[in-house]
Write a protein that binds this ligand. Structure first.
Ligand code: C2E
Ligand code: CA
Ligand code: CA
Length: 767
């Protein structure tokens, strides 16, 4: 029915199909009308002598009328493809087809009576030709053809039956069936092709729309080159990226446009060379970072491209997309540098020192030699810092690093661990005197007076050393042992070098006692949580509280988390303690307004413990806190150990609906890579940068800006930590941080005080 145009009236898609069918009719109208007229002429020639004129004239008139109607209607339907065909139009089309069929059926019924048997057969032959012609010509809209075949065919059968030629009537019937079936088959094939064709057209329309939209989106552009790698079809945006005019560049070699002066020499930078190679080899590439010269300016582009082939598979050039990633890249380079170097002194930082020590230990093991780690601490530095200020302190540190660098050889690497702590890795310390020699020179050199800003400053230094693999077999242990030795050196009054000895570990006896007390802390209910507000930088409204652990013990008094958390981590006590913190914090948060979140610090140890995600789930379920109100704070150090497990656990927690913040960003290991590894909701910029920025340190300002820009581009929020004054708050707000935490807005406070904050706010609102 649908094929005939009679089905599915309601659905618009069928109406559109009908449009597709009918629109093609107009192409063959003239041909069909001519065929009809010629057939009519032949019929007149056959029967003119015998048939009375009063029969012939109305017949010719009827046929003319039918053909005229057909022509009119089919012309109107010429544009049916692009619109919906109305029911009335379709009816008129069907009517005109029916009239044509009726006229010929009449001829078939009436005329044979006036002619011979041969005339009868000749008439059938003519009519059969019209039927066959119609079946072939009207494949697009089979209704007319089927009506004609059936109508005229039945008349023919009747006429032969009248004449008593039943055999011929059967042949005619067979012909009709075959013709009608053939018509329908052809129509079906045609319609299927139409539908496919319409689909393709629609698709290419969609593609071009997408391309246009893409071209209109902000940062990216399309580029295209021909087989000789000359740019073609230059878009305005691409021209803009090249800082040239469209007419200026069309047809110029692509590489010439982006290689600057190296074009002449052919000495491309590696990334450009790589691009050139790929173009030459006709290889597709994606997200290739290329260093380009635009005018006199060096920029970074990210390019993707695929070779284009024509229908016959011949290579016709490249097409692709590109964008300028200079800004993103510069800030990521900055962060990468930050990852390995100390920003204040330019010396390698803790991470790089640890890597160097790891290398040295492997080397020592392989060659059965020794390596050593020296820890250096400045004596009396705190006094300088406190009396003369941070700026002088910082300048002093810079001078200290200059001197240290001066005595290093290829065998040694010095760096800054943080604060006034420095360290030296001695790669090959097989010579027993080597360590002592380096330590002595360090102490001598660093204790000479310094001239800073017209002040003459005297600071000494103490050194603790440990030798691997004798004193320890892992980087951490060796560093800890050197630290124990340094502790002893300081204890002796400074200015000396102490070598690690196992007895030093008895000092650790004290620690063990502390550990014992810590083990009891949970049972004895000595732990509590304090809560520090985090405010929205703009509105200064409290958005969350960070839960901070407090421990007070009968014997030791109040112990800072800075001291006992590392101990808890070393002894894995952090796992049960952390679980308690989590439950307690979630429970407390349910007492706050619904919009206030709670942030809980979580150590790497906890993440690596099995079932940590379950602990979170159970803390949420136990308290009834909605998951989105819980934020887990982790530091980058979690990625240093079992990166895969830690990440998997955090992913699980994120899938529960909680958020994860990256704490203390910028203090040790910071690397852009970590930011990409997980969907952090917030980056917490460490207090040291906030303080640095407040003291106008260009480095700190630049880093905060870079981190904010990076966070923005990754859709993460930023929290500035340790904001202590209104001036700092203003500065931080201007730098674009989204949230602020620090003494200026509130110190960590007991839970009851935190609740009171809300009660007060509520009371204020009521008043
Ligand atoms: P954090 O996560 O970086 O916490 C912020 C620390 O900065 C807190 O020290 C807070 O009191 C302090 N602080 C906040 N604002 C200011 C300010 O304006 N100026 C200054 N000078 N300090 C400010 P706190 O409470 O001593 O905690 C120290 C560290 O102990 C925390 O550093 C965190 O790493 C760890 N910690 C605390 N509670 C937990 C815990 O429940 N679990 C774990 N794993 N670690 C915890
Ligand atoms: Ca924290
Ligand atoms: Ca922090």
């Amino acid at each position: 029915m649908a094929l005939l145009g009679l089905g599915g009236d309601v659905e618009e898609s069928w109406a559109r199909l009908r449009g597709l069918q009918l629109s093609r009719l107009a192409e063959s109208t003239i041909g069909r009308i001519t065929a009809n007229a010629m057939a009519a002429m032949v019929v007149l020639g056959l029967f003119y002598p015998t048939v009375p004129i009063y029969l012939l004239i109305p017949w010719v008139a009827g046929l003319s009328y039918a053909l005229f109607r057909t022509m009119q209607i089919e012309r109107e339907l010429g544009d049916a493809e692009r619109r919906v065909v109305s029911k009335r139009e379709f009816r008129r089309y069907a009517d005109s087809s029916a009239i044509t069929a009726a006229v010929w059926a009449l001829a078939m019924l009436v005329l044979p009576a006036y002619g011979s048997w041969t005339d009868h057969l000749a008439l059938w032959a003519i009519v059969a030709m019209l039927m066959a012609g119609g079946a072939l010509w009207l494949t697009t809209a089979p209704l007319g053809s089927v009506m004609f075949t059936l109508g005229v065919g039945l008349a023919a059968i009747a006429s032969f039956a009248f004449a008593g030629s039943y055999d011929i009537a059967v042949v005619v019937a067979a012909f009709i069936v075959i013709t009608a079936a053939g018509t329908l088959r052809a129509a079906r094939t045609y319609l299927a092709a139409c539908i496919a064709e319409a689909g393709v057209a629609e698709k290419s329309e969609v593609v071009s729309l997408l391309l246009r939209e893409f071209e209109e989106s902000e940062a990216d552009w399309l580029w295209e080159v021909d087989t000789a790698r000359r740019v073609r079809s230059v878009s305005p945006r691409f021209a803009f990226a090249l800082a040239r005019d469209v007419e200026d560049i069309d047809g110029k070699p692509f590489l010439q446009l982006i290689s600057g002066e190296t074009w002449e020499t052919g000495q491309f930078p590696p990334s450009l060379h790589d691009l050139a190679e790929r173009l030459k080899r006709r290889e597709s590439f994606s997200n290739l970072i290329v260093k380009v010269m635009i005018g006199k300016q060096q920029r970074w582009w990210e390019l993707s491209g695929t070779p284009r082939l024509d229908e016959s598979g011949k290579f016709t050039g490249f097409r692709g997309v590109g964008s300028d990633v200079t800004e993103a890249r510069e800030s990521s380079e900055k962060i990468a540098w930050l990852a390995r170097y100390d920003t204040l002194t330019g010396l390698p930082n803790r991470l790089m020192l640890m890597e160097a020590l790891g290398d040295a230990m492997r080397y020592a093991e392989q060659w059965r030699s020794r390596c050593a780690f020296l820890m250096i601490d400045l004596d009396r530095f705190k006094a300088v810092n406190d009396s003369l200020g941070h700026q002088i302190g910082d300048r002093l540190l810079a001078k200290v690093s200059e001197r240290l660098k001066g005595i290093m050889t290829d065998n040694e690497l010095c760096g800054r661990l943080g604060g006034d702590e420095f360290a030296v890795v001695i790669r090959d310390a097989s010579d027993r005197d080597r360590v002592e020699h380096v330590a002595r020179s360090v102490i001598d050199l660093l204790s000479r007076p310094y001239e800073v800003d017209h002040h003459t400053l005297y600071v000494g230094s103490s050194v603790g050393s440990a030798t691997g693999p004798r004193d320890a077999t892992t980087v951490e242990d060796l560093m800890r042992n050197a630290d124990l030795a340094l502790y002893r050196a300081k204890d002796e009054g400074g200015g000396v070098h102490c070598v690690f000895e196992p007895v030093l570990h008895t000092d650790a006896e004290e620690r063990r006692k502390l550990e014992f007390a810590l083990r009891k802390a949970l049972e004895n209910d000595e732990l509590s949580l304090h809560y520090q507000p985090v405010v929205d930088a703009r509105t200064e409204e409290i958005v969350s509280f960070e839960a901070l652990l407090r421990w007070s013990n009968k014997e030791y008094g109040t112990i800072s988390p800075v001291k006992f958390i590392p101990l808890a981590e070393d002894t894995r006590l952090i796992v049960p303690i952390g679980e308690w913190v989590l439950r307690e914090a979630c429970r407390e948060a349910t007492q706050w307004p619904k919009s206030t979140k709670v942030a809980v610090n979580v150590s790497g140890e906890q993440l690596l413990a099995p079932h940590f995600a379950n602990t979170v789930l159970s803390a949420l379920a136990g308290s009834g806190l909605e998951p989105w109100r819980l934020e887990i704070e982790v530091t980058e150090s979690i990625f240093l150990r079992d990166d895969v497990t830690a990440r998997a656990t955090l992913e699980k927690i994120i899938s529960l609906g909680c958020t994860v913040a990256l704490d203390d960003f910028g203090t040790g290991y910071s690397s852009l890579g970590y930011l990409r590894k997980l969907r952090f909701s917030t980056i917490k910029i460490d207090r040291s940068f906030v303080q640095g920025a407040a003291q106008n340190s260009a480095e700190s300002l630049a880093i905060i800006r870079a981190v904010v820009a990076m966070a923005d581009s990754l859709n993460m929020s930023t929290t500035a930590e340790g904001v202590e004054t209104a001036a700092e708050a203003t500065l931080i707000r201007e730098l674009g941080c989204k949230k602020i935490q620090g003494y200026h807005y509130g110190r960590p406070m007991a839970s009851i005080d935190a609740r009171r904050l809300f009660a007060n706010a509520e009371a204020l609102r009521r008043a």
